[in-house]
Structure formats: structure tokens, C-alpha cells
Ligand binder design. Structure first.
Ligand SMILES: C[S@@+](CC[C@H](N)C(=O)[O-])C[C@H]1O[C@@H](n2cnc3c(N)ncnc32)[C@H](O)[C@@H]1O
Length: 400
């Protein structure tokens, strides 16, 4: 098997693992979420059981909610199997991490595809759209790395922008494919996105809130819009520089990716990072990649917190340099920490303006935004994240 086939086989296995994790959601959630709570209830004394007479009814509703969520995941899995012609074998075993990502997808779907989360989406979308309206109408090619399940692509392409998303999680990719292509009708399905969180609730009914999805018919909206596509893979790997970036878990040295990166150079008018810039082990690779894809005069808009995903991760990765002509490997470090380089927004803006030829156009900090947050009356859910919004213009010649 050559390198390309090997990579293809690995990808197939990864997709299959995610599909199986969708199909096994019910079994997993009944075992790990529902049954353990039934056991706990059974373990307490009759006197204490009497203190919570409605608890068995709550547990029965929890079970039904899991079964309803399972129907959603089953239809996503079936659509994926049919559209990418894959029949995952039962021997492919999803990891606990796969299963927990599947559970957390429910709040991502709520965030992106429900009417209830409109105000949460508006917090960033309104700022982005307001700014984009001030930009020359010819600047229409937008790249959105870490696009999740694709809602921002839909909202912007509806306004006539040509949007390319980029995403490396197969969980997100399979769900985005379902919402964007399966021809869903408005409010077609019901999910219970909050049932995997057991803290902070005012009442049980809040945790068990049913949510109708999607709030729009993404398929029909595609007509008359700007173009829309999603590129699967790591942002730096797909769009980064071909020279001067170290090989790592998110940047590979292969002909295929080299060609992808060469094609990406100076190709976009706007890069939008929404809840993304804090996701990588090396934020400077992200900055270099943004510069690489922008056309001269291009814009970088960022919205989100700086909650560095690897801040507490004690893992390590192998990093090294490769001479692009000889393929010679140099400066190999097989214990480069994933954590580190958690730059403040001041530091990011300073690097962008002093080192990378950006000019600061707009900046706002301390914006409170939810992320998949329940918004019912008297909600006691955590309020959300303090976000930064900035707009930078890349002016390599020093001119505006
Ligand atoms: C916090 S989520 C934000 C999703 C979406 N932008 C939103 O606002 O709802 C971060 C997303 O970035 C993706 N991601 C993280 N690192 C990535 C990388 N190196 N390349 C591409 N996508 C990445 C994750 O899979 C996830 O979907």
C-alpha cells in the first residue's frame, strides 16, 4: 500500500469510527448516563427515596430523551453511510473520546441549528456582518477555519459571499454534511441537547428541554447564494506555508498537502476565525497561515475567547524541520509540549501589526457570549465566555 492509500485507509477508519460512535450513542448514553443514575437511586434508603418522589419519572424522561437523540444520530449516520458509500464494520470500536465528542455534538447542533440559539449566534455574526458590509463588494472569497457544523457558511453565503469552511473533526464534518446536503425541512427533528450536563439546573424540565432543528431549510436556501464548500483537514496542513513551518501533528510533508498549500496562497479576501484561534498547539502557525492565504489588502476577522485548548494538556508531539527540496529532516524534537504559547490578545495584535504587516481596523474586548448555552427563563446555566473581536487588514506593501 503506498503512502496515499495508507492515508486513505486511515481516513476511512477514522470516519467509520465516528459513524459507529453515532450508532452506538443510545447504548453508550443508557449505560454511562442513565443506568448509573438508576443504580444510584436504587442504592439510597427508602426514606431518602421518599424525599424525591418524582425522581423515577425524571429518570424515565431522561431515558426517552436519550432515545430521541439516538434517532437524530442514526439519521446522520445513515446519511453519511449512503452519501460516502461506507459500511463501517462493527469491529471498528469508537474510543471513549469518540463517544464523549458525540455527546457534546448535541450542544454544537443546538448552537448552530436552533432558533433558541439565535441570540448567541448573533453576538458574533452581527459584528462580522456589520463589518463585512463596509468592505468593498468585490471582496467575496471567505475562508472559515474550524467551521464546526457549517452554520456561519450558510449565513454568509446567503448574503452572497463565497464561503469555504475548513474543519478537521469528522464528528463536525459528518454533521455539517447532513445539515447542508440531506435536504432537511425546518424543525424536522427534535434533540435534547442539555441532558449530558447535570449541574446548575433550576428545574429538571430545563435540562430536559426539547429543541427543534434545523431552524432553517439549509438546502433550499442554497439557491441564489454565494458558493459554499468545506475542506477537510487541519488548517495549517491544508492552507499553511510550504516553507518555514515545522512538521507536527497538524502539519504534514506530503505532495498532496504541498499542492493544496501552494494553491491556497493569496487566495482569500477574508479569513474569519470564530471560536477557533485558541484551538491549536502553536498559535503562531495559525497567524502565519492566515497571512499565507490572504490576498494583499485581505482582512482577518476574529471573534471568540482565548481559552487555549492545550493550556492544561501535558501531552507532547514530535516536531521537526524538513528541507522541501531534499526531504532531509532536521531539528527533530520528539517531546515538544502541546501546551505553551498561550498569547494574550495584546500580544497577538502586536505580532500582527508589528511583525506581519497587518493594520488594526477594529477591536473590542470583554464581549460575553454563550456557547451552546441554554437560554430558558431564569436560566442558571453558566453565562458563557468573555470574547475578543478584532478586524485586521493585511497590507504587505504598507499601504491601505
Ligand atoms: C470551538 S469550535 C468552534 C466551531 C465554530 N466555529 C463555532 O463558532 O461554533 C472549534 C472548531 O475548530 C475545529 N478545529 C480545531 N483545530 C483545528 C484545526 N487545526 N484545523 C481545522 N479545524 C480545527 C474543531 O474541530 C472545532 O470544530
Amino acid at each position: 500500500m503506498d503512502g496515499h492509500n495508507l492515508a486513505g485507509q486511515r481516513e476511512n477508519n477514522a470516519v467509520a469510527q465516528v459513524i459507529i460512535s453515532f450508532l452506538k450513542y443510545e447504548e453508550y448514553a443508557l449505560k454511562e448516563v442513565y443506568s448509573l443514575r438508576v443504580k444510584k437511586w436504587e442504592s439510597i434508603s427508602e426514606r431518602q427515596k421518599g424525599m424525591i418522589p418524582n425522581y423515577t419519572e425524571y429518570l424515565a424522561n431522561l431515558k426517552t430523551s436519550i432515545q430521541e437523540n439516538a434517532k437524530f444520530f442514526k439519521s446522520v449516520a445513515e446519511y453519511a453511510m449512503q452519501s460516502i458509500k461506507i459500511e463501517p464494520e462493527e469491529i471498528v470500536r469508537p474510543s471513549d473520546m469518540d463517544m464523549s465528542k458525540t455527546c457534546s455534538l448535541l450542544t454544537q447542533v443546538y448552537r448552530e441549528w436552533s432558533a433558541e440559539a439565535i441570540s448567541e449566534r448573533c453576538c458574533s455574526h452581527s459584528r462580522l456582518i456589520q463589518f463585512l458590509r463596509t468592505v468593498e463588494p468585490s471582496k467575496t472569497d471567505i475562508l472559515i477555519p474550524g467551521c464546526g457544523t457549517g452554520r456561519l457558511l450558510v449565513d454568509l453565503s446567503q448574503l452572497g459571499y463565497n464561503c469555504e469552511g475548513n474543519e478537521y473533526s469528522y464528528h463536525m464534518l459528518l454533521v455539517s454534511q447532513y445539515f447542508l446536503n440531506a435536504g432537511l425541512t425546518q424543525n424536522q427533528a427534535i434533540i435534547y441537547p442539555f441532558i449530558h450536563c447535570f449541574s446548575h439546573w433550576k428545574g429538571n424540565e430545563d435540562q430536559l428541554t426539547p429543541i427543534k432543528i434545523p431552524d432553517i431549510e439549509a438546502d433550499s436556501l442554497k439557491k441564489g447564494m454565494g458558493s459554499m464548500s468545506i475542506c477537510a483537514g487541519s488548517f495549517v496542513d491544508c492552507y499553511g506555508r510550504n516553507q518555514g513551518t515545522k512538521i507536527s501533528s497538524h502539519y504534514t510533508f506530503s505532495k498532496r498537502m504541498q499542492m493544496s498549500r501552494a494553491k491556497a496562497e493569496n487566495s482569500k479576501d477574508v479569513v474569519i476565525t470564530q471560536f477557533f484561534i485558541d484551538t491549536g498547539p502553536n498559535i503562531l502557525d495559525y497567524l502565519d497561515t492566515i497571512v499565507h492565504v490572504l490576498k494583499p489588502g485581505g482582512i482577518w476577522c476574529n471573534f471568540g475567547p482565548l481559552l487555549y485548548h492545550f493550556e492544561s494538556d501535558h501531552g507532547v508531539e514530535t516536531t521537526y524541520e524538513v528541507n522541501p527540496y531534499s526531504g532531509f529532516q532536521d531539528k527533530i524534537n520528539d517531546s515538544t509540549p502541546l501546551m505553551g504559547l498561550e498569547l494574550s490578545s495584546d500580544a497577538i495584535i502586536s505580532i500582527a501589526t508589528n511583525r506581519l504587516n497587518f493594520k488594526l481596523i477594529q477591536r473590542e474586548s470583554g464581549i460575553l457570549s454563550g456557547y451552546g448555552r441554554y437560554t430558558g427563563p431564569e436560566s442558571c446555566a453558566m453565562p458563557g465566555y468573555m470574547c475578543h473581536f478584532w478586524v485586521l487588514k493585511w497590507t504587505p506593501s504598507g499601504e491601505l
